[in-house]
Ligand binder design. Structure first.
Ligand SMILES: [Zn+2]
Length: 75
């Protein structure tokens, strides 16, 4: 089984993050749900808010929403 790369933002995690959410650019707050997702920025997985990503069952990983919808649109 694939384990979705989901995490709850902790104080430790906040301290190790140099950048905010890769999707909306906001800082993560403690207790928020975040997931490692790929997106328009490339193949590298970055941390985004869970509600800004979609779990793609085909890929077995989270994809940032805008990127996901763009790829589904076929353009
Ligand atoms: Zn965000």
């Amino acid at each position: 089984m694939n384990t979705p790369q989901k995490t709850i933002v902790s104080r430790e995690l906040m301290n190790t993050l140099n950048e905010g959410c890769a999707s909306c650019g906001k800082r993560f707050e403690m207790g928020e749900s975040a997931v490692m997702a790929c997106g328009a920025w490339g193949d590298v997985q970055k941390l985004v808010h869970e509600n800004e990503a979609v779990f793609d069952e085909k890929q077995g990983q989270y994809v940032e929403k805008r990127c996901y919808e763009a790829s589904r649109g076929g353009i």
